[in-house]
Write a protein that binds this ligand. Structure first.
Ligand code: TPP
Ligand code: MG
Length: 608
């Protein structure tokens, strides 16, 4: 056997650089790195040596580097991913939140934190947490519940099994998620004689599981017996590349589609079978369709609480639930009839078995009424009042084209965008709403732009999200990445303030004016963004926003537009109830009132 003598870190990097997609591209679009004593000497040296084969990017925070990597994978439809390496201790635990984000969203991410010395020579090394009763524990054990595969590399040759398992996990459609290879610092630097074959390029084909024939026949029978079916399209439609198959399916069989946050843009917004966004942040057209449906066919959806309206949404007592999902876990949820397979394959096989079965035309008035209710919210305002977030969305929509990707994760915007954004084609809408993690936005926009450099990326974020994580804006400047950031400054956590009020709570500790303070807050966001090298402008009206967005089109790098908005309005029509537990006991009359309304809803869910 021919062998090559390399350190464990060198072997890992060499292996990483030759893992390929079916399309012939490297599976990893690069490695994000912040070095410290846990990875600079070993992994750092190895990355430098292979810098022509795999690019290393430096960010400013381990969590947000992961956000960029995750957004890259999401925008790539999980066909590509990125790795992120950190030092031991704080660098590593900074990535735990991002690991959870990738886990919830079922997105591939390769985490390579440094770990303590396997030989325990310097024990306890700088930043080592000491467990008094368990010598095998390090902070990296925090990754176990938030990764799909965890391994600790304590001997070089363990990589021979760990690395293929890592790629298997990231490219498995059902088990896809983050992987953590916690790499002991001393082991990174240790040499080993590696079989040459280990470094031969390998193609990772993402399999398309076919359905079990009995399951398929059962679902076909249910569909044939249905009168008013509806499809809930989730993120799996995108990850399977099934948007064309979905379109063909619903056109042939005339089944209305409603979209979850992750599913949005599966069908063009104006497609007659697209009844709009579903759930808490949904449209009346979609939610009425779901309430009346006698069969709900989920395709690639986790049926998350926001999508299902805390399960109050599907009201028809005869309603049957079918879940077409590549993961058996999701296919069996809530007593659903499972159709466990790939979305594209499943839709095509279902269609064939359904033959000419065709359902009744959805009532076109549903959409007409919905747009009549919400279009005025996004229209250009006539007066000079403080703009609303909905008017900001309208301005951004008017300035965008078929090439635009609008993205966001937390705050007011996700709900409003789910309702109001008109996505013209698949991939035009990128929402991280599995974890809805504040601080995903700017770094996420970087990842999207890296995945699809030809797209125009518009990052929508609130002042709260900006304050939580903005430093990768400097990375976007350095990398010359042209992204447009629209920052709505409503002086605090507007959406949570509204949620607090709706639960009968006093306005407390959300808007900056309602906080403990010696001095009022007055942040100049445009100056802050400009200090990092971004083009940045504060605009005073929707009209000014529109002209700034025009100028943003000619910018070479990131362009930040800051606009003050009203923290109180949200678009009322359409959305469904959301289970947010209201206190049973309170001195506030408003809370007791809200509790009554809450109990009513809970009773309705129980069928009362
Ligand atoms: C990391 C994280 N912490 C807390 C939350 C809970 N949360 C959701 S939205 C939000 C406030 C967002 O404020 P901002 O970005 O200004 O958006 P706004 O609602 O004001 O438009 C908070 C605290 C979260 N989603 N993520
Ligand atoms: Mg805000």
């Amino acid at each position: 056997m021919t062998t090559i003598r390399l350190t464990a870190a060198q072997a890992m990097v060499k292996y990483l650089s030759v893992q390929m997609t079916e399309e012939g591209e490297p599976f990893l679009g690069g490695v994000w790195a912040i070095f410290g004593h846990g990875n600079v000497a070993g992994i750092g040296e190895a990355l430098h040596a292979e810098r022509d084969a795999i690019t290393t990017y430096r960010g400013h925070n381990e969590q947000t580097m992961c956000h960029a990597a995750i957004a890259y994978a999401k925008q790539s439809g999980r066909r590509r991913a990125m790795a992120v390496t950190s030092s031991i201790g704080p660098g590593a635990t900074n990535m735990v939140t991002a690991a959870a984000l990738a886990h919830v969203n079922r997105l591939p991410l390769l985490l390579i934190p440094g770990d303590v010395f396997a030989n325990r020579g310097p024990d306890p090394v700088l930043q080592q947490v000491e467990d008094f009763s368990d010598g095998t524990v390090s902070v990296n054990d925090c990754f176990r519940p938030v990764t799909r595969y965890f391994d600790r590399i304590m001997r070089p040759e363990q990589l021979l099994t760990a690395l293929p398992r890592a790629f298997r996990t990231m490219t498995d459609p059902a088990e896809c998620g983050p992987v953590c290879l916690a790499f002991c610092q001393d082991v990174q630097a240790e040499a080993h004689d590696w079989p040459e074959s280990f470094f031969e390029p390998k193609i990772w084909r993402i399999r398309r599981p076919y359905p079990d024939p009995v399951e398929l026949a059962g679902v076909v029978d249910l569909l044939k017996a249905a009168e008013k079916p509806v499809i809930v399209a989730g993120g799996g439609v995108h990850y399977s590349g099934a948007t064309e198959a979905l379109k063909a399916f619903v056109e042939k069989h005339r089944i209305p589609v409603v979209e979850s946050q992750a599913g949005k843009s599966a069908l063009a917004w104006d497609h007659p079978m697209n009844l709009g966004p579903v759930g808490v942040t949904g449209s009346s057209s979609a939610n009425v369709t779901c309430a009346e449906a006698d069969l709900v066919l989920g395709v690639g959806t986790r049926f998350q609480d926001f999508t299902t309206g805390s399960w109050n949404l599907f009201k028809n007592p005869k309603r049957r639930l079918v879940s077409l999902n590549v993961a058996a876990y999701d296919a069996m949820k809530r007593g659903a009839e499972p159709l466990c397979c790939d979305a594209e394959v499943g839709l095509e096989m279902l269609s064939e078995a359904l033959g000419e079965t065709r359902f009744a035309e959805p009532d076109p008035a549903l959409k007409t009424e919905w747009f009549a209710a919400v279009d005025p919210l996004t229209a250009r305002p006539e007066g000079n009042e403080l703009p609303t977030d909905q008017q900001v969305i309208g301005a951004v929509q008017r300035a965008s084209g078929p090439n635009t990707v609008v993205m966001c994760a937390a705050g007011t915007m996700p709900g409003e965008l789910h309702k109001l954004w008109k996505a013209p084609r698949p991939g035009a809408y990128h929402m991280e709403y599995g974890y809805s993690c504040m601080g995903y936005e700017i770094a996420g926009a970087i990842g999207i732009k890296m995945a699809e450099p030809d797209r125009d990326v518009v990052c929508m974020l609130g002042d709260g999200s900006y304050m939580m994580a903005n430093s990768e804006l400097a990375t976007a400047v350095m990398l010359g990445l042209k992204i447009t950031v629209v920052l709505t400054d409503n002086r605090g956590f507007g959406c949570i303030n509204r949620l607090q009020m709706s639960a009968g709570g006093a306005e407390f500790n959300n808007l900056l004016d309602h906080t403990e303070r010696a001095q009022a807050s007055n942040i100049d966001f445009a100056a802050h963004a400009a200090s990092m090298g971004a083009a940045a402008v504060h605009v005073a009206s929707i009209a000014e926003l529109e002209s700034a967005l025009e100028r943003a089109k000619d910018a070479a790098g990131p362009f930040v537009v800051v606009i003050d908005t009203d923290p109180y309005p949200s678009s009322e029509p359409g959305g469904h109830w959301w289970d947010v537990a209201v206190p049973e006991v309170s001195e506030r009359e408003e809370v007791l009132e809200a509790r009554k309304a809450y109990e009513e809803q809970v009773k309705m869910r129980a069928g009362g």
